[in-house]
Design a protein around this ligand. Structure first.
Ligand code: PLP
Length: 393
């Protein structure tokens, strides 16, 4: 048995994946090297054939990347993990490794914009089709299955409306259809939700968000069984969208504070959500940690807190929403999320701006909607920052 198996997430976050070099360094070393030397021709041959384990070339493995992979696998409760250049590289590599022309994907509505583009406009050119279904409608997942369905792909909670997918229930539907379930766990991170324990086969991350948590680097990862992750690894080492050792090192260190960051940011988000609900200029608040959220019970079962993303509609339309954005002096006006710095976005004119107004309305993304990705500032400063704009409505 691995001595790490019994440890809690907080301990794994700072201890898992450490392999010290000959110098016995305490902090995790950063190996900025693209290739590795061998002691003999025989060793080179053995490494290349796979007879002997070890590093060959950084497109395949690098010790810093390996450390990050092991640490994230430990946090997700996964047998294995492979890191990628970005979250999108993780999604693309998963599909390229596990699907072929003629295969079909069932995906939840409200996926990250680039994921929707990838599934809807790019994979379709290579004969891989996708049916999008409402995230909360189990019958729709069932009805979308075809004889060629190989993969279910969901995100929970969804962006920006925080709709939850019942991961255990959708896993059962996927498995009944002989398909795999992949969950993009970007919004919760393993600190709040471990999809593999709920029955998912693969967990996908944009490490760019909460795993780094400080807005410094791009990265991604795929976690799951050794067999599935090895398939993704084989694609990656050949096709090349692998992570740089430097980015892996930044994320490795980011993971150390993941749990306390997520706890603090979620607790601030809950306080802000409650406060927003009480403001007369606010029409509606979307946050899984609120009793008013339609899936609050599922959120309590599936996540250890409501997370750090709060969306809300102001009374009025675009003009009123923009007034709140423009009156801020503390929060950052940006479409990114998962940072220690709070960010504020108007989805209808930015992240969801290229969707037709009708489709946007159908998706429930109104002109009056704002998305707040809560960081580590004092909650009172954030309230005051939002109150400035709300007072102008
Ligand atoms: C940002 C994001 C991605 C894409 O990640 P990149 O690292 O930007 O490629 C995928 N899924 C979700 C939910 C995201 O927020």
């Amino acid at each position: 048995m691995n001595p790490m198996d019994d440890l809690e997430l907080e301990t794994l976050a700072v201890r898992a994946g450490i392999a010290r070099s000959q110098f016995n360094e305490h902090s995790e070393a950063l190996y900025l090297t693209s290739s590795f030397v061998f002691e003999s021709a025989a060793q080179a041959a053995a490494r290349f054939s796979g007879e002997e384990e070890g590093n060959v070339y950084a497109r395949f493995t690098n010790p810093t990347v390996t450390a990050m992979q092991q640490r994230l696998a430990a946090l997700e409760g996964a047998e294995a993990c492979v890191a990628t250049a970005s979250g999108m590289a993780a999604i693309m590599s998963t599909v390229m490794a596990l699907l072929s022309a003629g295969d079909h994907i069932v995906a939840s509505h409200g996926l990250f914009g680039a994921t929707q583009q990838l599934f809807g406009n790019i994979l379709s050119r290579f004969g891989i089709t996708t049916t999008f279904v409402p995230a909360t409608d189990l019958d729709a997942y069932r009805a979308a299955v075809t004889p060629t369905t190989k993969l279910f792909f969901v995100e929970s909670p969804s962006n920006p409306l925080t709709e939850l997918v019942d991961v255990a229930a959708v896993a059962a539907v996927a498995h009944e259809a002989g398909a795999l379930l992949a969950v993009d766990n970007c919004f919760c991170s393993p600190a709040l939700q471990q999809p593999l324990k709920l029955g998912a086969d693969l967990v996908i991350h944009s490490a760019t968000k909460y795993l780094d948590g400080q807005g410094r680097v791009l990265g991604g990862a795929v976690c799951g069984s050794r067999v599935l992750v090895n398939e993704v690894f084989k694609f990656l080492r050949t096709a090349g969208p692998c992570i740089s050792p430097f980015n892996a090192w930044v994320i490795l260190k980011g993971l150390e504070t993941l749990k306390i960051r997520m706890a603090a940011q979620s607790s601030s988000a809950l306080e802000l959500a409650r406060w927003l609900e009480a403001q007369p200029q606010v029409a509606r608040v979307f946050y899984p940690g609120l009793e008013s959220h339609p899936q609050h019970v599922l959120a309590q079962r599936q996540q250890s807190s409501g997370g750090a993303i709060v969306s809300f509609e102001v009374k009025g339309g675009r003009a009123e929403a923009w007034r709140v954005v423009d009156a801020t002096q503390v929060v950052s006006i940006t479409a990114n999320l998962g940072d220690t710095k709070t960010t504020l976005t108007h989805p209808a004119s930015t992240t969801h701006g290229r969707i037709s107004p009708e489709a946007r309305e159908a998706a429930g993304i109104r002109e009056s909607l704002l998305r707040l990705a809560v960081g580590l500032e004092a909650v009172d400063d954030l309230k005051a920052d939002l109150a400035r704009g709300l007072a102008l409505i």
